[in-house]
Structures are given as structure tokens and as C-alpha cells.
Write a protein that binds this ligand. Structure first.
Ligand code: GLU
Length: 277
């Protein structure tokens, strides 16, 4: 069964980039006579809001998008994330990282959020070299810590892996691209990488459709799938659409939201046509 999905985070209202991504995934499912699922990625309690989740439903309905069966809400799955963290810890592919938030913020790609865009600094690997005794002592003293994937060690267990992208072909896994990413954040005890990998498997997603900006993350996800013995889907990292100034749509850049466009009188039909659907 062909199953794909759209997995937005309710950290703001959707913009044109989201509309393209959702329409792209839905059109694949229609073409393949498969299922199109919706998942709300709301693990980050500090940034996600209920009204933004409502906004996602409202905007997708307005666009005329129909999703199959129940919506999966990530914040209901913390127990599953915890189980997998324990498995990975037993495999000794995770290590505690005691680096301060400030330092972690400087190493943005590794904070455990969906790392949109490339060229972000990697974690130095500092805490990988802390000995077992010191680790235990610091944990026993309740020193705040996250858990990072020792990607070199993980790959030495799994052996060389590959993944298949519908647009880019077969790609060798190179987890060193993102480095030792966070698997369990200090504050929420999971991360984008872990949650997305487990949930795509749980929902039986056979084709992970998302923007090219998340392509680097797939190296980590493929590695996690192998470590956790999960089924392996295919991927389709689609192009990123740009605004009239040639800039990518993003929350950070303050792109016009679908709601703002709707309120200004733009129709869903016009927008779908503009996006090529
Ligand atoms: N929730 C992620 C985001 O908002 C996307 C996850 C994915 O498609 O893999 O960027």
C-alpha cells in the first residue's frame, strides 16, 4: 500500500511553502491510489500552540486537501520515544551531552529540531570523550543533559547503508554530514529525528515526502531505522518554492501566511494554480 504524509509543526501559521509540500504529497497519493496522512509534530512544548494546530486543519481544508483516517499527534507518543531511547542506550550508541543551552544554540543543526537549511555548524563531539565514571557521576548529580547519537559508532554497527530518493536516486548514508545529532533533548526527552523516524514507521509510510531542506536529516533517519529494526521507506525530497524575490518561504523570514492570503481575498483555486496543482 502506498502511504505518504504531510507532517507540519504547529509553531506558526502555514505559508506557501507548506501549501506546496502538502499538495505535492497529496498528489502523489492520489496518483498512486494510496493514502495521504497528516501528522502534527508538536513535541516542542515551548514552541507549539493549539491554535496553530487548529490553523493547520483550517488551512488544509481551505486548500481542498483531504487526509485519510486519523491524524497522528506526536505529543501522544512520548512513551514510544522513551522506549526507543532506552534501546539505543542499551546498544551504547548514545552518549550524554552536558553542554550548555547557549553552546547548543550555537550549534543549531543539532538542537533536535527539524534542521531546515544546510551549512549549519555541527556539534564538536566534546562530550563523546567523557569517561563512563564521570558520565555516571554527573547524571547521578542530575546535571542536565541531552543524549546524542555517536554516529561513527552507530555506522560501525550497521555497516554502510543506502537510501533511495525518487528524485536524487540511491544515496550512501553519511551521518557525519550532521554529526552527532541530539536524539533526546534535555527539555522534551525526544527530538525531531527520533520522533519522525518512529512515526513514519508506525504509520506505515512507504514514501516520505518533504522538502529538500530536510535531505541531510535522512542520513540520520536511515541510520536510526537500521538500529531500531524499522521498515525502510523511500523518500521524495521535493524542490523548495521561492517568493517573487527569489527567497524561500519560511516562518523565520516572516513569509505571508495562507490565512493572510485568504483574508486578502486570494482564492484557494488561484493559489493551487500558482503552485502548479
Ligand atoms: N515537522 C517538520 C517541519 O515542520 C517536518 C517533518 C518531515 O516532513 O520530516 O519542518
Amino acid at each position: 500500500m502506498f502511504i505518504t504524509r504531510f507532517a507540519p509543526s504547529p509553531t506558526g501559521r502555514l505559508h506557501m511553502g507548506h501549501a506546496f509540500s502538502a499538495l505535492f504529497a497529496e498528489s502523489l497519493a492520489i496518483r498512486e491510489r494510496g493514502k495521504f496522512l497528516l501528522r502534527i509534530e508538536d513535541i516542542d512544548k515551548n514552541r507549539c500552540r493549539k491554535e496553530y494546530t487548529e490553523g493547520i486543519y483550517e488551512d488544509l481544508e481551505w486548500l481542498g486537501i483531504r487526509w485519510d483516517s486519523e491524524v497522528l499527534i506526536q505529543s501522544t507518543r512520548f512513551d514510544e520515544y522513551k522506549n526507543s531511547i532506552n534501546i539505543l542506550r542499551e546498544m551504547e550508541v548514545l552518549y550524554p551531552c552536558f553542554c550548555s543551552r547557549k553552546k547548543i544554540e550555537a550549534e543549531q543543526s543539532n538542537v533536535g529540531l527539524a534542521p531546515h537549511g544546510s551549512m549549519q555548524p555541527k556539534y564538536s563531539g566534546n562530550c563523546r570523550y567523557i569517561g563512563p565514571e564521570e558520565r555516571e557521576n554527573r547524571i547521578a548529580k542530575r546535571e542536565p543533559h541531552s543524549w546524542r547519537l555517536d554516529c561513527g559508532k552507530a555506522l560501525s554497527i550497521t555497516g554502510q547503508l543506502q537510501w533511495v530518493d525518487r528524485a536524487a536516486g540511491t544515496i550512501n548514508v553519511e551521518p557525519s554530514i550532521l554529526g552527532d545529532v541530539i536524539i533526546s533533548r534535555k527539555d522534551i526527552e525526544t527530538s525531531y529525528h527520533l520522533a519522525v523516524t518512529l512515526d513514519d514507521a508506525y504509520q506505515g509510510v512507504s514514501l516520505v515526502s518533504r522538502g529538500k531542506d530536510l535531505m541531510e536529516s535522512t542520513h540520520v533517519h536511515r541510520l536510526l531505522q537500521c538500529l531500531l529494526d524499522l521498515p525502510v521507506p523511500q523518500w521524495y525530497h521535493h524542490k523548495l518554492i521561492k517568493d517573487s524575490k527569489g527567497k524561500r518561504f519560511s516562518k523565520r523570514e516572516g513569509s505571508l501566511t495562507l490565512k493572510e492570503m485568504r483574508d486578502s481575498g486570494i482564492s484557494a483555486e488561484y493559489l493551487r494554480r500558482e503552485l502548479g496543482f
